[in-house]
Write a protein that binds this ligand. Structure first.
Ligand code: ARG
Length: 467
């Protein structure tokens, strides 16, 4: 049976002796998802038409008609009244066709000196520029939430872990600040990507440029681009800016995922370090006692999805010969979903962080359990002249003894300690406490409360400049 033919003819159908089959029409169309670019497409078309008129490539009447038509189309789209047609393939041809219906021949002149190839590259860059700004705003909000929580708990002691084994005491504020640093680097990565996104492809036309005397600088200026893409072949073909954004987003999600993993662990009754407000948790349909940290779990899961989008885009780009290929139409869904996922996640985390309540007693008991001040004892001996390696061994013996007695280092008597390490006197107990250990780490980057407060203050200043 021969395949069904599509009903309507396309913008390019004059060269063809038959319409595409219905399945090909559906397969090649992108309007179902790229209509999301509509308002950017209109803005870019208006800037293009304005330049054409300024260069006398379009008449003033045509330019006025195009502006009028486009503002009506914008209203229709915003009101949800615009009728998207799959037979018109994509957002660009849908809008152009509607413009021609509304204003006639001037609509048919709009495409002078451009191609959908430079048009789509321009639209994506405009959309991505706004999206990056939204991501940076959302990151700043999340950092602010973390700073607020860190301020409340700058001196709350918890165990710090390496290998998930109790290592040394840290403050909860210090732990939270580690994530503020990560999200700070994410922000600067996005700011960096933004510079490369913010270059104008329009004017490259299909691939080689155009024979019309266009003014690309004017278009760049009216659309707020920092500069123009210098090579027309490159301008229409590369999507490295989209890949870079997705890579930066994958790192944001990776940081979110690490935080999520910690929240899940901390909320597990076996650690019990925190509680998360009920509005961010769900129950179980079978086990009445359950309160599950669904939001962090789901965020951890969604990280995989963004990593997948990064792989999809890298794979999409590899092996593409210059210049534009239809493969590039596949850039949009991963890109859009990356933006939606990362923005939703950042926003929900900014709201959830104030709903985190630490449980100081549980944290303290856990910190006391794992010989968290053993390094402090070794440091104490080193300060009295013992080489670090010898101090390490002496303390390891003390830990072995305390462990056999099922008590903490600080619970060994002075006599017991002196039997193991004769150099010891009773001033050692000051450094064996959790508070003593934390207070001793008094240098930039250290966990002492004073340092944490300084870090918070310096971050607040940096963020106020951002916003
Ligand atoms: N919908 C297309 C895309 O997203 C627009 C460019 C199509 N260009 C072409 N020559 N078919 O890439």
């Amino acid at each position: 049976m021969s395949s069904q033919l599509a009903k309507k003819s396309s913008a390019w159908s004059a060269r063809f002796s038959e319409p595409v089959s219905a399945i090909v029409q559906r397969y090649t169309a992108s309007v179902t998802f790229d209509k999301r670019l509509a308002l950017y497409d209109i803005a870019a078309s208006v800037a293009h038409a304005q330049m054409l008129a300024a260069q006398d490539i379009l008449s003033q009447e045509d330019w006025i008609a195009i502006q009028k038509g486009m503002s009506q189309i914008k209203e229709e789209i915003e009101a949800g009244e615009f009728e998207w047609k799959i037979e018109l393939e994509d957002v660009h041809l849908n809008i152009e066709a509607r413009l021609t219906t509304l204003i006639g021949i001037a609509g048919k002149r709009l495409h002078t000196g451009r191609s959908r190839n430079d048009q789509v590259a321009t639209d994506i860059r405009l959309w991505l520029r706004d999206t990056i700004d939204e991501c940076i705003f959302a990151l700043t909000r999340l950092q602010t939430s973390l700073l607020d929580l860190a301020t409340l708990h700058a001196n709350l002691i918890m165990p710090g872990f390496t290998h998930l084994q109790v290592a040394q005491p840290v403050t909860f504020g210090h732990h939270l600040l580690a994530y503020v640093e990560m999200f700070g680097r994410d922000t600067s990565r996005l700011q960096d990507v933004r510079k490369r996104v913010n270059q104008l492809p329009l004017g490259a036309a299909a691939l080689a440029g155009t024979s019309f005397p266009i003014d690309r600088q004017q278009v760049a200026q009216s659309l707020g681009f920092e500069g123009i893409c210098a090579n027309s072949l490159d301008a229409v073909s590369d999507r490295d800016f989209a890949i870079e954004f997705t890579a930066a987003a994958a790192l944001v999600m990776t940081h979110i995922s690490r935080l999520s993993e910690e929240l899940v662990l901390w909320m597990s009754p076996s650690l019990g370090f925190i509680d998360i407000a009920d509005r961010f948790c769900t129950g179980s349909s079978i086990m009445p006692q359950k309160k599950n940290p669904d939001v962090p779990e789901l965020a951890r899961g969604k990280t995989g999805r963004v990593n997948g989008h990064l792989m999809a885009l890298l794979t999409l780009m590899k092996s593409q010969p210059l210049a534009y290929n239809k493969d590039n139409q596949e850039d949009k869904e991963p890109l859009f979903d990356t933006a939606d996922t990362v923005l939703d996640t950042l926003r929900i985390f900014a709201e959830m962080v104030p709903g985190i309540t630490p449980k100081p007693e549980k944290m303290r008991l856990a910190a006391l359990k794992g010989f968290a001040t053993a390094t402090d004892l070794a440091d104490w001996l080193v300060k009295r002249g013992m080489p670090f390696r010898d101090a390490h061994e002496a303390v390891a013996n003390a830990v072995k003894t305390a462990s056999a007695l099922n008590i903490d280092l600080a619970e060994l008597s002075l006599q017991q300690l002196q039997e193991l390490i004769p150099e010891i006197d009773d001033t050692v107990f000051e450094v064996l406490t959790l508070e003593g250990s934390v207070a001793a780490r008094q240098h930039p980057g250290g966990t002492s409360t004073e340092q944490v407060r300084q870090q918070i203050a310096s971050w607040r200043q940096r963020l106020s400049k951002n916003g």
